[in-house]
Design a protein around this ligand. Structure first.
Ligand code: C2E
Ligand code: CA
Ligand code: CA
Length: 610
């Protein structure tokens, strides 16, 4: 049984019960005065009785258990009253009043009514030996009043109970179950179900719901959620004779997150069918205030595997599967499997390592020089992040993606920028009369971060870095879903004086004519294209040729990345590629080594030009 302890608190807060009990005491005295007039001892005992009961009830309402049990107390009072009625005749009836109140506090409404009527009749029967007509009228009035007041008052308590229970179990917005009652249902179902009929949870998250709220306001958002909840409920009303037998529950567990659980399905076909049905029900057009909404959702599905499965874990698994569905492109169903859980666990571990490394400040930078094609002069370098933690020592690209997924990337990017600025500050005097640009990789996330340009500005001011020595590298793919706000961030960086380059160019299938919309200075040819250059056939009219002629058309610099062999360099030079970067020249090196490389290179060049 579920407990609703709060109603007691509410009643106590309102002090109703105190008034009611306090009101009963004069009523009892009224009865004593009229029925037991002249019997002093009966009056005193009744008074004590009422006071005692008041204490017991208040304690009971506060949830404090007493040394004696309420049941026992009532039983004693009940039998002593019948007994006293028998010996004291009609005068004993005064004891009825406090006991009746007690019954109403102790038992559910209808049984209390029944018990108190039975009890009153019994007491009257016991008092029959002294029955007088005038007395009947005098004692029945207060008894009836007591029963009516107690009944009415207890009904209020019941109403409070029901409304609080509703509040505790229903979602206030949609009226369907809330998380609490869903969890209760799920737990109960997992424990009770046969092993092959354990519940399946569908975790439903509305795609881009925030956009609805932001564009149309919360009132429209709320109505949309209400409509969605109705659709989910009707989608779980199955006409299929097998499915209609299934035990199910739908709930809203957070803002735009719904869950549906169905127990008793024992095959994949039905699991999938229900998922599709839920998705379809949401996908149908919703019209609110004349606006058409084509709502989309991502659904994650997970099934409990044993009777001890925790409901939290089950929801979590479905949530993970939903997250995967979102990542795969939204508006689809994702199914939980162990491999997915392992993958997520692994990512979580890496994300924790990243977090720890940020805290302990253990990320550092290596620098990869960039050379000019004619002079072999170092004209720049790319800062590349490094860490010695076992989980972060390899595959930088992979953990950068995880940092993006776990929203750690902004911190990481700023840290790299700050370290780069601190480093470049040291060489400002020697590069001031040279062409030198330090390339810093930034995540695609920054294009959606309107604060990014100002954060950069703040750091540049802190280290006194002139913007023209910095170039931010963005992968071409980050521009694929280019929208106005991304372009704004790029333009703002540009207006601050920073250079921009498109990294891994050629891999992201940018419509090349789009290039004019991006305020970029440099294209970086991805190393996969450079590695395709063969020693005998060169590039063979490959992507590199296209990129170079494009760069020429739009007057952009080109850096060829991943140059490892002489023949690659020769081929690129032949095509008038301007700059190179790769193991052929240098691997990424730490700052001290890079500084040395740079000054040696400048020295050699100045000797050459002399
Ligand atoms: P990317 O920006 O394309 O960086 C170039 C990657 O290619 C670097 O790997 C570099 O070491 C490698 N590389 C360059 N030339 C050669 C070559 O001749 N041969 C071979 N085998 N590899 C070469 P790294 O450092 O592992 O970085 C991988 C990716 O991680 C980078 O790709 C970039 O997308 C990302 N990344 C690295 N550092 C940062 C950073 O500080 N911030 C952000 N947001 N991303 C970073
Ligand atoms: Ca790069
Ligand atoms: Ca690259």
């Amino acid at each position: 049984m579920m407990k609703f302890p709060d109603y007691k608190k509410v009643l106590l807060d309102n002090n109703h019960n105190i008034y009611m009990i306090a009101g009963m005491i004069p009523l009892t005295f009224y009865a004593v005065y009229h029925l037991a007039f002249g019997l002093f001892s009966v009056g005193v005992i009744t008074l004590l009785n009422s006071m005692l009961l008041t204490v017991v009830l208040i304690h009971r309402l506060r949830g404090v258990s007493l040394t004696w049990h309420g049941n026992f107390l009532l039983l004693c009072m009940f039998s002593s009253v019948v007994f006293l009625c028998y010996f004291l005749g009609i005068r004993g009836v005064v004891f009825i009043f406090p006991v009746i109140i007690g019954i109403f506090f102790k038992y559910p409404l209808i049984s209390a009514l029944r018990y108190s009527v039975i009890f009153a009749v019994l007491a009257l029967l016991a008092a029959l030996n002294s029955l007088e007509t005038i007395m009947v009228a005098r004692f029945s009035i207060p008894i009836i009043i007591t029963i009516i007041i107690s009944y009415r008052y207890s009904r209020k308590i019941e109403e409070h109970k029901t409304s609080l229970s509703r509040e505790a179990n229903q979602d206030f917005l949609t009226g369907i179950s809330n998380r609490r009652s869903f969890m209760y249902w799920l737990k109960d179902n997992i424990t009770r179900s046969k092993i092959d009929l354990l519940p399946t949870v569908y975790f439903i998250d509305i795609d881009n719901f925030k956009r609805v709220n932001d564009t149309y306001g919360h009132a429209v958002g709320d109505r949309l959620l209400l409509e969605i909840s109705k659709r989910l409920i009707s989608a779980t009303r199955f006409s299929d004779p097998i499915l209609s037998q299934l035990d199910k529950q739908a709930a809203r567990i957070a803002g735009d997150e719904f869950v549906v659980a169905v127990s008793g399905i024992n095959n994949e076909i039905h699991i999938n069918m229900i998922g599709e049905r839920l998705l379809k029900s949401i996908n149908k057009l919703i019209v609110i205030d004349g606006f058409n909404f084509s709502v989309r959702a991502s659904i994650g599905v997970a099934t409990a595997t044993n009777n001890n499965f925790s409901p939290e874990d089950l929801i979590h698994n479905a949530d993970m599967a939903m997250f995967e569905a979102k990542k795969q492109g939204k508006n689809r169903i994702g199914y939980f499997c162990q491999a997915l859980a392992d993958e997520i666990k692994r990512k979580n571990k890496i994300a924790s390592s990243i977090e720890a490394a940020i805290k302990s400040n253990s990320f550092y930078l290596k620098f990869m020089p960039i050379y000019d094609h004619t002079s072999s002069k170092i004209v720049g370098a790319e800062a590349l992040i490094r860490n010695n933690d076992i989980l972060l020592a390899y595959d930088v690209e992979h953990y950068i993606k995880i940092a993006e997924e776990f929203e750690l990337i902004k911190e990481l990017d700023l840290m790299v920028i700050e370290q780069s600025f601190a480093n470049i500050k040291e060489i400002l005097p020697i590069i001031s009369d040279q062409e030198f640009v330090l390339a810093i990789n930034i995540s695609a996330v920054e294009l959606k971060n309107i604060h990014f340009p100002n954060d950069v500005k703040r750091l540049a001011e802190k280290y006194d870095i002139p913007p023209h020595v910095i170039e931010f590298e963005l992968t071409e793919t980050s521009l694929i879903d280019h929208d106005e706000s991304s372009i704004k961030v790029l333009k703002r960086l540009k207006s601050l004086g920073y250079r921009l380059s498109l990294d891994d160019f050629g891999t992201g299938y940018t419509a090349f004519n789009q290039l004019q919309h991006y305020p970029v200075d440099t294209l970086k040819i991805d190393k996969s294209f450079v590695s395709e250059i063969s020693s005998d056939k060169g590039g063979n009219g490959s992507m590199i040729d296209v990129i170079l002629s494009l760069a020429n058309l739009y007057k952009l610099n080109v850096v060829a990345e991943g140059v490892e062999e002489q023949y690659q360099l020769d081929y690129l030079k032949k095509l008038n590629c301007s700059f190179f970067q790769g193991y052929f020249f240098s691997k990424p090196v730490n700052w001290q080594v890079f500084k040395k490389q740079l000054s040696d290179n400048y020295l050699a060049n100045s000797k050459l030009t002399k």
